[in-house]
Design a protein around this ligand. Structure first.
Ligand code: PMV
Length: 305
């Protein structure tokens, strides 16, 4: 094979971001936005879109070439429909697609565990203590419960779509993970209590999702948001979007991913969605996004800008 292309989905964390870093469970879903990487053999190093420096996608690809004993070079090309640095797992998806394209090119198959591990190595370059949730869901797709020490348990989320509102403020995951650590260092006892509450929300949310109880899902999102606010990862932009969501008919909304800006997710009854999109769309980028999307796969390189 001379060239190979793979794609991997972005993600939303429905419940439990940040607390997942401290080994609490989180509920996560792959979404219908994807990153694509094409790999072509070359004779000099691993070069990404003409750039030879270190970055997560290159590191993920290099991990695969090392494991497969390939010492030649690779040219990698990226296209992605996932907005960057706003909590939708764009970087992890690119790392997963990069490891997958490398594995396809050199081995002719997708070795999922190798890909997940390679992408995790790549992410360690830019993230501070990554829990592994982004790379796991981008690899395996679908949705379910992720715990750092126990891994991924897939589960039907019973929701086809979610509203994603981009506050438009980019931020760095590592900075926000550090902010939570500082909170924990300063308020150890309170943080332990918050972790307990966060875990309680997860198990209630699992039941609410099974029952497709949108009202309860909405209320649990608001409770989860309150905990994220307390550990310092909400922001004025996030709170403004949530307030607008609630004024426009949503049942609940919260930040998704690291916070500090980035994206907000919201749930609403189907008939309220058009009015919500209209109200939010006047000020923000709003996406009605498929949940439970397919994980990493062989793909063709798309005609995206
Ligand atoms: O990098 P983001 O914004 O897609 O989300 C990362 C999720 C965190 O829980 C904040 C960090 C982690 O490693 O789990």
């Amino acid at each position: 094979m001379m060239r190979a292309c793979a794609s991997a989905p972005g993600k939303v964390i429905l419940f439990g971001e940040h607390f997942v870093v401290y080994d609490k469970p989180a509920i996560v879903s792959a979404i219908g936005l994807r990153a694509y990487v094409e790999a072509v053999k070359s004779d000099r190093g691993i070069v990404l879109d003409g750039w030879g420096g270190e970055n997560p996608a290159v590191k993920a690809s290099a991990y695969v070439t090392d494991r497969l004993g390939y010492s030649g070079g690779l040219n990698l090309r990226i296209r992605s429909s996932i907005p960057q640095s706003v909590g939708l797992g764009s970087s992890a998806s690119v790392s997963v697609a990069s490891a997958a394209a490398t594995s396809l090119l050199l081995k002719g198959e997708l070795d999922l565990e190798l890909i997940r591990r390679a992408a995790h190595m790549g992410e360690s370059l830019v993230h501070y203590r990554p829990s592994g949730i982004d790379t796991t869901i981008a690899t395996y797709g679908g949705g379910g419960i992720y715990t750092r020490s126990k891994g991924f348990r897939s589960m039907s989320l019973n929701l086809d779509e979610i509203l994603i509102i981009n506050t438009g403020k980019a931020r760095r995951t590592g900075d926000l993970v550090k902010r939570v650590k500082e909170f924990r260092d300063a308020h150890g006892e309170e943080f332990e209590k918050i972790l307990e509450d966060a875990e309680g929300i997860i198990w209630e949310a699992v039941d609410a999702l099974k029952a497709r109880d949108l009202e309860l899902i909405g209320r649990l999102m608001m409770r989860n948001q309150e905990l994220l606010r307390r550990v310092g990862v909400s922001s004025k932009e996030i709170e403004d979007v949530i307030e607008l969501c609630m004024r426009s008919g949503a049942l609940g909304a919260k930040l998704t991913g690291a916070g500090g800006g980035g994206c907000v997710i919201a749930v609403a009854e189907d008939e309220k969605i058009p009015q919500l999109m209209e109200a939010l769309g006047r000020r923000f980028e709003v996406m009605r996004c498929e949940l439970m999307a397919e994980g990493v796969r062989e793909d063709s390189f798309p005609d995206l800008p």
